[in-house]
Design a protein around this ligand. Sequence first.
Ligand SMILES: Nc1nc2c(c(=O)[nH]1)N(C=O)[C@@H](CNc1ccc(C(=O)N[C@@H](CCC(=O)O)C(=O)O)cc1)CN2
Ligand SMILES: Nc1ncnc2c1ncn2[C@@H]1O[C@H](COP(=O)(O)OP(=O)(O)OP(=O)(O)O)[C@@H](O)[C@H]1O
Length: 183
Amino acid sequence: MSAEKAALRRMARERRAAAHGGVRGAAACARLIDHLGPSLGRPMAGYMPIRTELDPRPAMVKLSACGVVALPVIEAAAKPLRFRRWTPGCATVAGPFGVEVPVEGQDIVPEVLIVPLLAFDRTGARLGYGGGFYDRTLAQLRSRGPVLAVGLAYAAQELPHLPSEPTDQPLDAIVTEEGVIAF
Ligand SMILES: Nc1nc2c(c(=O)[nH]1)N(C=O)[C@@H](CNc1ccc(C(=O)N[C@@H](CCC(=O)O)C(=O)O)cc1)CN2
Ligand SMILES: Nc1ncnc2c1ncn2[C@@H]1O[C@H](COP(=O)(O)OP(=O)(O)OP(=O)(O)O)[C@@H](O)[C@H]1O
């Protein structure tokens, strides 16, 4: 399983890098804002992009005008993520893996999560960097109440089939520059 996932991660990184840039990111953000319209007002989590991840900040800026938006913060390996409130232009500092996190801010329990990923498939399966952070986080949040997990990706990040493990948490939808795939 891990060798298969490692090979898929390599392929996924290349495909994402090839898709990165241009107008695709903005188009995906516009679709994301539309998709989250019915959820406006619920606390949301975005992410600060690293490497060639699709930049969700144009959507986060708009969403933050209507409600609370937070960013993930790693507390420790093998623990769920925590979330700290983010506002456009707020001070951030590089945390683990070089991901920017707010220097200060309220602890938030998000009900809607915009989830970064390396690859997805048509069943809503997601491949991340392998830390299991989003799996643990979604499992914890879903045990407490309803959660909407929306993957944000370039259409080229779709792979025909991702291997699944019992701990994998499915996405509720995937938004790309080409449209929304809801599960
Ligand atoms: N933008 C963004 N923020 C995020 C995530 C993410 O995937 N993207 N996360 C999602 O969980 C959490 C951070 N977890 C991460 C886990 C691993 C790596 C990473 O780059 N791993 C290296 C391997 C590092 C190693 O083994 O030492 C790699 O994949 O090259 C990045 C983020 C929370 N914030
Ligand atoms: N709820 C959980 N409890 C215990 N272990 C878990 C849980 N969720 C995931 N894991 C473990 O974490 C490891 C990494 O999971 P996986 O390869 O699915 O990460 P990923 O989704 O690619 O990464 P990330 O979510 O950080 O982007 C796996 O060994 C998996 O068994």
